[in-house]
Design a protein around this ligand. Structure first.
Ligand SMILES: Cc1ncc(COP(=O)(O)O)c(C=O)c1O
Length: 409
């Protein structure tokens, strides 16, 4: 068989070596360990605290709008850069929830989820040699595409001692001068940290000093417990330097629906819309209408956060009882905590990948390891439970499995 396709794959994907890399990546290792654990324990229940998706479906009222609108002939067309009704709802939402003024004509555009928006932003800003400042651990899409375009990535570690905020002063001057993008994400995946307004003020000053566009990924902005996460755009000067990306995936249990919006700086929103127009032809109009309904009914969110808060508290308690140092997060549905050095039974863990592997194989608990800035594990509390009683059963099972070992820190 001709090998020519293999030989013409672009260098950004590895060229001729594409797909032949023998390194096994983190998520593949997790998948393999899960398979092996289930094979070794047939019929056993694997508790999945690795997935980053809500367990429930969208509220019935949102689903109903989709049903009604999908029946209408006039909603069948390409929507290109989106319907005005959704933009209006997004602008109203920004005002009502965060006190931010957004022009619904020029300062907002829908996106088929926030992931594609994060992937398209580098096309608006990056020339070969330009830098994107990314946070690690973190959601890497913008950095990956920056590299595809011949740009460079500078990783800023999120450290516990800095409340998981990047230290902007630690960015070398020559990198800052060549940077075009500063990516931040609060509430933060995976650390669960939220960002104070004072940090956003520093970000605006830094962006202005070095002419860097700020991309604030606000995918988890509605999932907070107690303290609110303010919008980056609520800070004076923010709209001059950046945009914020909001997603309906987590706030409204709409991950598979693919709806998000980009808002803020008019020129950057326009550049995004131009790139997007050459990538896709817009989300299905009934989905945009259902999303507009959701944004106009944010009371739906409280049922979702109540559940996560209850579960986060319980799992954090279980971890603390077992000697782990963990605080309940201020936002997201993640618990992020340092791994133990080993167990009293003689196991030793060099890094989070090893501890994650141990928990899957020995305790049938799946999670996600992060070894970018220290050695941490991420537990997600979006595991599926049939009802409250089933949730309690799963939580008790988590407790039983974790407590069957003594950890050394
Ligand atoms: C930090 C962060 N940003 C963006 C996304 C993508 O969300 P969406 O469903 O809107 O594409 C995720 C999804 O897990 C995420 O964790």
């Amino acid at each position: 068989m001709s090998e020519f396709i293999q030989n013409i794959i672009a260098e950004r994907l590895g060229g001729k070596m594409f797909g032949k890399d023998t390194k096994i990546y983190k998520f593949e290792k997790i998948k393999r360990a899960k398979r092996a654990a289930l094979e070794a324990n047939p019929g056993a229940e694997l508790i999945d605290m690795g997935v980053g998706e809500p367990d429930d479906m969208a509220d019935a009222s949102i689903v109903n709008v989709l049903k009604v609108e999908a029946e209408k002939k006039e909603n069948r067309f390409y929507s290109d850069n989106g319907i005005q009704e959704f933009k209006d709802a997004a602008a109203e939402y920004m005002k009502k929830r965060f006190g931010v003024d957004i022009d619904p004509i020029t300062e907002v555009n829908h996106s088929i989820g926030s992931k594609p928006a994060l992937a398209m932003i580098p096309f608006c800003l990056i020339n070969p040699g330009d830098y994107a400042l990314m946070t690690v651990p973190g959601y890497p899409v913008t950095g990956t595409i920056t590299k595809y375009l011949g740009g460079e990535v500078y990783n800023m570690p999120l450290l516990k001692e800095n409340n998981f905020l990047p230290d902007l002063h630690a960015v070398p001057e020559e990198v800052a001068k060549k940077a075009k993008i500063l990516y931040i994400n609060y509430p933060n995946n995976p650390t669960g940290a939220i960002a104070p307004v004072s940090f956003f003020e520093k970000v605006v000053a830094f962006a202005k000093k070095y002419n860097i566009a700020v991309i604030h990924d606000a995918a988890y902005i509605e999932l907070t417990y107690g303290e609110k996460q303010e919008s980056f755009l609520s800070v004076p000067g923010a709209k001059e330097v950046g945009i914020e990306i909001h997603s309906l995936s987590k706030s409204f249990n709409m991950t598979g629906w693919r709806m998000a919006f980009v808002c803020g700086n008019e020129v950057l929103v326009k550049a995004f819309a131009t790139v997007k127009d050459n990538n896709d032809s817009g989300q299905f109009i009934p989905i945009q209408k259902a999303a507009a309904y959701a944004l106009r009914n944010p009371q739906i969110i409280s049922g979702i956060t109540t559940k996560y808060q209850r579960r986060l508290k319980r799992v954090a308690d279980i971890l603390r009882k077992n000697g782990f140092f963990v605080n309940e997060p201020k936002g997201t549905f993640y618990l992020y905590f340092e791994i133990p050095k080993g167990t009293k039974s003689g196991r030793k863990f060099q890094n989070a990948e090893e501890f994650c592997d141990f928990l899957i194989r020995e305790k049938l608990i799946s999670s996600v390891p992060w070894d970018d800035a220290g050695h941490f594990l991420r537990f997600t509390v979006t595991f599926e439970a049939k009802d409250l009683q089933d949730e309690e059963r799963i939580l008790n099972e988590i407790e039983k499995r974790l407590s069957s070992e003594e950890y050394i820190f």
